[in-house]
Design a protein around this ligand. Structure first.
Ligand code: NAD
Length: 354
């Protein structure tokens, strides 16, 4: 008999090529009279365009969001929001820009309008994160969930494959773990399976032809669905390991997700048959793990943790940190299991037989 809990997170999604032009109107619809614009450095030009469109309704611009929201950056952005009497935030850029806006919203309760330009998916979640002295703290708070999300695939036109590929696999990791999550449910499963299909199709199109407009739109739509899957589920061993490798070993966020994902799927495969079948179906692959590995190679994602600079000697320490405070995972994992999983990802061979 069916039995589940599904909680929809309220957000208005506006999607389409050229929708950047709608941001000022959408800000008006949210009632923003003085919006602080927070941008990734790469999106400075688009951020300036938003500021110009807002005119007197722009409170200022922060164009220096960096990875993992260092506390001092968050404090500086909060101070600016207070000084300029901002009544809302417009985040444009990758997960780092959205993350910085969330840190401000968490402290000041200001509404966020997000314009994502990577596939990180943070814009669809109520999850915030902040880093201090090398340690990242995360939490969930409805205050940080963007009220409106404007997706404009044209903003991702120049996202190079070396960022788009890992970013897309980072997004897929949310859906993969949503499918075997402790709190999985049929509504999120529907979204997650479709997200895998759509994202894989989009990434393959971009890999074949960088400026493929359909592919760009498809991948960004996939990212939206992957973000929904993340927002509606509790993540497992894969996310735990990525957080450890990013936090304690300074490995790059999206690339680490990309290198690890096939092996996390292979590890959980024996106890998550339904999830693996959905992923394999969506990828058109013989198994989830090999399908994810093949997709990674097709989009030029880093093939292994070794390629990201992790020393083999660090695997055991990483396993120790991860297994000391595990995330809920369908297959229990002791330190030796985690170490074996990490060793496979470190080598990067195709996970045959998973
Ligand atoms: P990012 O925001 O740092 O962007 C990666 C790089 O791509 C940056 O140099 C950025 O300037 C550049 N970039 C962004 N858009 C571009 C574009 N369209 N064209 C060219 N370059 C572009 O990294 P990310 O991978 O997007 O996000 C990672 C961060 O997001 C991490 O801190 C992660 O923890 C966080 N995150 C949070 C959640 C959540 O729900 N809270 C979910 C996913 C990721």
């Amino acid at each position: 008999m069916r039995s589940f809990v599904y909680e929809a997170l309220p957000a208005r999604v506006v999607f389409g090529a050229g929708r950047l032009a709608a941001v000022a109107d959408e800000a008006g619809r949210l009632g923003l009279g003085r919006a602080l614009v927070i941008a990734s450095a790469s999106q400075a030009a688009a951020a300036e365009r938003i500021r110009a469109d807002l005119g007197a309704r722009a409170a200022g611009l922060v164009a220096e969001a960096v990875m993992h929201v260092p506390r001092e950056r968050a404090e500086a952005a909060r101070a600016l929001a207070r000084e300029t009497a901002a009544d809302g935030l417009i985040a444009i850029g990758g997960g780092s820009a959205v993350g910085l806006a969330k840190a401000v919203a968490l402290a000041l309760g200001l509404p966020i309008l997000a314009v994502p330009t990577t596939y990180a998916g943070s814009e669809m979640t109520a999850i915030w994160g902040m880093t201090e002295a090398g340690a990242k703290t995360t939490g969930r708070d409805p205050k940080v969930l963007p009220k409106t999300v404007v997706y404009d695939p044209e903003l991702t036109r120049d996202l190079p494959l070396r960022i788009a590929g890992p970013s897309g696999l980072n997004a897929l990791a949310h859906s993969v773990e949503a499918l075997y999550a402790r709190d999985r449910n049929p509504v999120v499963a529907l979204i997650a399976e479709e997200s895998v299909r759509v994202m894989a199709e989009g990434l393959r199109a971009i890999a074949a032809r960088a400026y493929d407009a359909e592919g760009r739109a498809q991948a960004l739509y996939g990212a939206c669905l992957c973000g929904l899957a993340l927002g509606g589920s509790t993540m497992g061993i894969h996310h735990k390991l990525c957080h450890v490798l990013g936090g304690a070993f300074d490995l790059p966020h999206a690339e680490t997700h990309a290198a690890l994902l096939p092996y996390a799927a292979a590890f959980n495969a024996p106890v998550a048959a339904e999830a693996m079948a959905a992923i394999a179906r969506a990828l058109g692959a013989e198994s989830a793990a090999t399908g994810l590995w093949d997709l990674g190679r097709a989009v030029g994602a880093p093939p292994s943790l070794a390629a990201l600079g992790l020393a083999e000697a660090d695997l055991d320490r990483a396993a120790g940190i991860a297994s000391a405070a595990p995330y809920p995972n369908p297959r229990p994992a002791g330190r030796a299991d985690v170490c074996a999983l990490l060793a496979q990802a470190w080598r990067g061979a195709r996970p045959e037989g998973a």
